[in-house]
Ligand binder design. Structure first.
Ligand code: GAP
Length: 575
């Protein structure tokens, strides 16, 4: 048995899950192709995610362009600050992430160090490409966004989106109207994001084009209790808080209620989405023992974020991999877009009861102001309305000069006004998933090699709900009508929405091995007994156990097995 990563990638390439991209022109690091089974697996993971966020949570999906105008990314801070610290090897001229080099040589939290600090640390360390010392190599910022121009010439700068989130933020006002201005509401987006990673050497973990599934949930800043929190109040997951990390303590597993009450997790919304993420990832097939939630350290957390947790999955090759980020981003994004665009990014929140407030308004007397100030009367009136008058009059500033306006040139009205509600800029809670990382870790956790009767069986223990092929139908022999029965059964299964493959190629044992390798959970064999009593053999991938059942009941039985509502032992007569 080799390294699990090499074995998984070898299988993934050979069986059509994942291929290097543009291979015939020399593959470019950071890009991958999903082959037929990989694309199917990915789609199924995305659809499982949709089941959680769209069907269960009720947050509708939108689809925004992957190219965005520059203003979006000026507002979001990406133009200025979305950069990694880079160095160039003075010998081989290769570029590298300076913090990664420092990290690999034992510097803790290297990503939070300044360029000067990093330059000092990497000075003399070996270049990851050529091994020569990085003598006096400069460390400088490199912006990770792919820049483009929109339209011919270069009139307008655009960027490939580095996250799907911004597409949701800039649609905030339309979304707010769609949800009838009722907080909380949310929207989700699944799609490609692009980051021009400096030296992506980690296969599917660090890509330049990757798929994100993000939810942006808009909540009232004063109401951070999740209405459905009871669903997860008693749920517990492995939480590795800031203090645990700083004091070198192991993660803890309180219930979510305890985690929020003790202040470990900032609020119910963040705790709710940590739990939901745990439920989703384990349903996909992530081993719960290799899953933890790590809170960002103060040095990692964006200055505006109230609390951030990463779902980290353990990989034999890559160690703990950040697969999902869950953050309370406060009102940072909406305020930033309001400032840049000049639009309002708020919702009107009605009070439970109408409130009455005393309001003081200044009403300029235009009949009196006109003769006094002539052409400037309007400007004087506008400034008066904004002023704070004293007992004898008001002092205003006009064209940079201070001007006293006597009290007989305006009136002050005291009124009681009805206030029905207030404009609120919502806070955003964001669970952000990297689908490619989840898919790779799923393959790694599902992969097993076992000795079966002296032969190595390679098997992917994929959850039947996400397995690309859900059933395979084999005729024992390609003759005597067995093939026709098998083809018809495969068609029947396809009609019920089950992805079934017909396979009559090679010995039956080989066919089992082929399906085990791609994670097909169930196989059905048509043999000579089928001709007599219309029964078939159904085999379960994981246990390799077999049962006999009537061919006509296979579609219904398989549907229930795939949904997880029927134990395999009850699927038929054990043989
Ligand atoms: N909107 C928030 C956001 O984009 P992020 O932590 O930068 O947050 C979220 O990205 C997730 O996207 C990560 O947890 C990771 O799974 C995935 N991701 C980020 N960069 C990636 C890359 N270069 N290759 C593959 N996945 C990546």
């Amino acid at each position: 048995m080799g390294d699990i990563y090499d074995n998984v990638i070898e299988l993934a390439r050979r069986r059509g899950f994942v291929w290097p991209s543009s291979e015939c022109y020399g593959a470019v690091a950071g890009f991958i192709d999903y082959g037929p089974l990989g694309a199917m697996l990915k789609r199924k993971i995305e659809n499982l995610w949709r089941g959680f966020y769209i069907i269960r949570e009720g947050y509708y999906e939108i689809e925004a362009p992957t190219v965005g105008v520059e203003s979006i990314y000026i507002a979001s801070g990406h133009v200025k600050g979305f950069a990694d610290k880079m160095c160039q090897c003075p010998v081989c001229k290769e570029y590298h992430r300076a913090d990664h080099i420092a990290d690999e040589h034992g510097t803790a939290h290297a990503d939070s160090l300044s360029t000067e600090e990093l330059a000092g640390i990497i000075n003399g360390l070996p270049c990851p490409s050529c091994g020569e010392p990085l003598e006096n190599a400069d460390v400088f910022y490199f912006n990770l966004m792919f820049q483009t121009t929109i339209g011919p010439g270069s009139q307008r700068t655009g960027y490939l989106r580095p996250e799907t989130a911004q597409g949701i933020f800039i649609d905030f006002n339309r979304l707010s109207r769609f949800y009838r201005e009722k907080l909380p509401f949310g929207a989700v987006q699944i799609g490609k994001s692009y980051r021009n990673e400096i030296s992506p050497r980690q296969g599917m973990i660090r890509l330049r084009e990757f798929t994100q599934a993000e939810a942006e949930i808009f909540i009232h800043p004063d109401h951070k209790d999740h209405p459905e929190f009871s669903r997860y109040a008693d749920y517990s997951v492995s939480l590795w808080g800031q203090t645990h990390q700083m004091q070198d303590i192991e993660p803890v597993t309180p219930t979510m209620r305890e985690a929020v009450d003790s202040g470990l997790v900032a609020n119910e919304y963040v705790a709710y989405y940590i739990s939901l993420t745990h439920e989703f990832l384990t349903q996909v097939g992530i081993n719960p023992k290799k899953l933890r939630f790590r809170q960002h350290l103060p040095t990692e957390c964006a200055h505006y974020a109230l609390d951030c947790w990463d779902a980290e999955i353990f990989s034999e090759r890559f160690g703990w991999v950040e697969a999902v980020g869950i953050a309370d981003r406060t009102d940072y994004d909406l305020k930033a877009h309001a400032k840049e665009s000049g639009d309002k990014f708020s919702v009107f929140v009605p009070y439970d009861e109408v409130r009455y407030e005393q309001r003081r308004t200044i009403v300029p007397d235009m009949g009196a102001l006109g003769p006094h100030y002539r052409g400037k009367a309007k400007a004087v009136a506008d400034a008066l309305i904004e002023s704070e008058p004293g007992p004898d009059g008001a002092t205003i500033t006009l064209d940079g000069e201070s001007l006293f306006i006597p009290a007989d040139l305006y009136q002050i009205r005291e009124e009681t006004i009805e206030v029905r509600g207030e404009e609120v800029i919502p806070h955003v809670v964001e669970p952000s998933y990297g689908i490619d990382r989840i898919l790779y870790c799923t393959l790694e956790h599902a992969y097993e090699e076992e000795d079966v009767e002296g032969e190595i069986r390679k098997v992917l223990h994929l959850n039947p709900a996400i397995a690309p092929v859900q059933a395979a139908v084999f005729p024992l022999m390609n003759k005597d009508g067995l093939d026709t029965i098998a083809r018809n059964l495969a068609l029947e299964l396809q009609k019920t929405g089950i992805l079934a493959q017909y396979d009559d190629n090679g010995a039956i044992g080989r066919r089992y091995r082929r399906q085990d390798e791609i994670g097909t959970p169930y196989t059905i064999t048509i043999d000579y007994d089928t001709l007599k009593d219309h029964t078939v053999t159904l085999r379960e991938r994981d246990s390799m156990q077999q049962v006999r059942l009537l061919a006509s009941t296979v579609p219904e039985t398989l549907s229930r097995l795939i949904q997880g509502t029927l134990p395999f032992a009850e699927a038929g007569r054990k043989i």
